[in-house]
Write a protein that binds this ligand. Structure first.
Ligand SMILES: CC(C)(COP(=O)(O)OP(=O)(O)OC[C@H]1O[C@@H](n2cnc3c(N)ncnc32)[C@H](O)[C@@H]1OP(=O)(O)O)[C@@H](O)C(=O)NCCC(=O)NCCS
Length: 194
């Protein structure tokens, strides 16, 4: 069964409801394993399309320009940084009919599985793809024996604080970038089992 058979391939606004529906019927693997229109998969060790991942992240993070201080590390993202983060853990890619829709890096940091550069194509935001990626990270964390997920988001980006809270994260700390006397980021954590 394809997702478009269930909900229609052009019905992006319904993706979030679809995720919930799949959860309810315990059928979320159908979604993640790529048999439908949207798939979330781990990038393999042969993955080499780093330019597309960088474009996705820089496009999604562009709205932060002029809003956060210091500027986002996404602006200077290199292939070396991305391959290092992926090799510490995993790079998960969300694809819509094969086209890159979202991504997230997830790697161990202390006792948590850390979520970095969670990004969804701007035109596809708020349709459930970010939640789907976090759900996939949760599954990975559970498999690897982590009890919680962690992320950091900039203090200025209150919409991210809200979105992260909606995905089950709660604020656990404030931190400052080197050279800053005020908090520049907040740390949020979510239990793996919800
Ligand atoms: C943040 C981001 C990854 C979320 O992914 P998404 O696919 O847009 O989010 P979802 O559609 O899965 O929404 C998840 C929840 O957050 C809420 N949410 C998402 N964006 C929101 C926003 N801008 N303001 C308020 N709430 C928001 C949704 O309403 C939803 O809540 P609900 O399940 O109670 O309805 C995505 O918007 C993005 O790429 N933003 C730009 C890059 C970025 O800021 N990354 C995060 C760095 S920490």
């Amino acid at each position: 069964m394809l997702l478009r058979d269930v909900y229609g391939s052009h019905c992006r606004g319904s993706l979030r409801q679809l995720v919930r529906w799949l959860d309810e019927v315990g059928n979320v693997k159908l979604f993640r394993n790529g048999t439908g229109a949207m798939a979330v998969n781990r990038a393999s060790s042969e993955f080499c399309d780093w330019d597309s991942v960088r474009r996705l992240i820089q496009g999604a993070f562009a709205y932060m320009d002029g809003r956060i201080d210091p500027p986002s590390s996404a602006l200077t993202l290199t292939q070396e940084v991305m391959t290092a983060d992926a090799s510490k853990g995993a790079l998960l890619l969300a694809k819509d009919e094969g086209a890159l829709a979202g991504c997230v890096f997830a790697y161990p940091k202390g006792d948590a599985l850390y979520i970095a550069k969670l990004a969804v194509q701007p035109a596809m935001q708020r349709s459930g793809i970010g939640s789907l990626l976090v759900k996939a990270v949760r599954a990975d964390a559970r498999r690897r024996g982590f009890s919680c997920l962690e992320l950091q988001t900039r203090i200025e980006l209150t919409e991210n604080h809200i979105a992260s809270a909606r995905m089950g994260f709660v604020k656990t700390a404030e931190t400052a970038h080197p050279g800053y006397q005020r908090p520049t980021s907040i740390t949020m954590r979510a239990p793996v089992d919800v």
